[in-house]
Design a protein around this ligand. Structure first.
Ligand code: SAM
Ligand code: DTB
Ligand code: SF4
Length: 355
């Protein structure tokens, strides 16, 4: 796609509920066609970004998120682990890089970071950054000052999810408000970090709640650069353990609608991938998902083995996306090299231009 055509494409932040509902109401084939069209206008359709996730502090979290194995109020048989030391995290990060991940995401089961833990987190982030990986962390609620300190330490992305619609939210979490989450997100944005923000579906919510979640994300002042779509992983001992399964096509619809509403965001096929067939995953990629967690473990639950993903990528002709920095460097080289741009390089330019 030419730059002129691309730049003419409007990025909207004024979606109405009716418009989003109308997307959900489309016949599946029409929705997939629209989502794939938008996807191709903005990305290499066969490139998927790989993030590896590491739980650096496990369990004993003071929040009461009813889906989560790590909450103190949920009676799950999880072994509590303190904050990992820097060298252990570095080893995992090196391994992730060796396996082809471009981003390393660190999760800590905190309501908000403890002062001592936070100091150590800053060191860990600076360390991981030296490996040439993009860095991401999810540490719970942040203050404005903490957001700035994380940015200074070299953190590229902060993950903090809205989880569901404002209306359904207090059926899932009571110890932190929706507004608390929005506040953390604006501290992250104002500090100059990229935002990773999405939600979970399949928690017994109505479709109007899925519409509400995607509408809220799409109408933020800036779209999150990364939008993780999690399908509930049912964990024994949590209040949501026996929730009825969501129709998998409804999950795929959510991905397609996210792609259409937030055309230049990376849409990440996140938790729940282990329960998806290869065919369902292929449909998620077709619907515009272009990022995954790569590696056999999420935080406390399993993810497909790296080999399995490599095999599926081979069967579907997908390839790992470079880091933004690599893509930008390549596009500069390509620009000086006879003025020809590959599609990937064009997209890298375009993405750089967006943010
Ligand atoms: N404590 C931090 C927080 O809540 O922001 C960071 C970690 S928390 C586990 C990150 C996100 O993982 C949650 O917001 C939720 O969207 C997702 N998540 C947690 N448990 C899940 C589950 N069982 N199924 C699907 N997604 C889950
Ligand atoms: C996100 O949205 N999903 C990831 C990441 N951000 C931190 C976490 C998924 C957790 C799945 C359940 C678990 O492994 O405990
Ligand atoms: Fe704590 Fe995050 Fe789990 Fe909620 S989702 S209980 S905040 S670790």
């Amino acid at each position: 796609m030419s730059k002129t055509a691309e730049s003419a494409q409007e990025i909207r932040h004024d979606w109405s509920r009716k418009e989003v509902q109308a997307l959900f109401d489309l016949p599946m084939n029409d929705l997939m066609f629209q989502a794939q069209t938008v996807h191709r206008q903005n990305f290499d359709p066969n490139a998927v970004q790989l993030s590896t996730l590491l739980n650096i502090k496990t369990g004993a979290c003071a929040e009461d998120c009813s889906y989560c194995s790590q909450s103190v109020v949920n009676d799950t048989s999880l072994k509590v682990e303190p904050l990992m030391d820097e060298e252990t995290v570095m080893e995992s990060a090196r391994e992730a890089k060796k396996n082809g991940a471009s981003r390393f995401c660190m999760g800590a089961a905190w309501r908000s970071p403890t002062p001592k833990g936070f100091e150590r987190i800053l060191e860990i982030i600076s360390g991981v950054k030296t490996l040439g990986l993009e860095t991401c962390a999810t540490l719970g609620m942040l203050s404005n000052e903490q957001a700035h300190q994380l940015k200074e330490a070299g953190l590229d992305y902060y993950n903090h999810n809205l989880d569901t619609s404002a209306e359904y939210y207090d059926k899932v979490i009571t110890t932190r408000t929706y507004q608390d989450r929005l506040d953390t997100l604006s501290f992250v944005r104002d500090a100059g970090m990229k935002v990773c923000c999405g939600g979970i579906v399949g928690m017994g919510e109505e479709q109007t709640d899925r519409v509400g979640l995607l509408l809220t994300l799409a109408n933020l002042d800036h779209h999150p650069e990364s939008v993780p779509m999690n399908l509930l992983v049912k964990i024994e001992g949590t209040p949501l353990a026996d929730t009825e399964d969501l129709d998998i096509f409804e999950f795929i619809r959510c991905i397609a609608v996210a792609r259409i509403l937030m055309p230049r965001s990376m849409v990440r096929l996140s938790a729940g991938r282990q329960s998806l067939s290869d065919e369902a995953q292929a449909m998620c990629y077709l619907a515009g998902a272009n990022s995954i967690f790569y590696g056999e473990r999420l935080l406390t639950t399993d993810n497909p083995e790296a080999d399995q993903d490599r095999m599926l990528f081979g069967r579907l002709g997908l390839h790992p996306m470079e880091t933004e920095a690599d893509a930008a460097r390549e596009s500069e080289l390509a620009a000086t090299d006879a003025g020809t741009h590959t599609q990937v390089n064009e997209q890298a330019d375009e993405q750089q231009a967006v943010h």
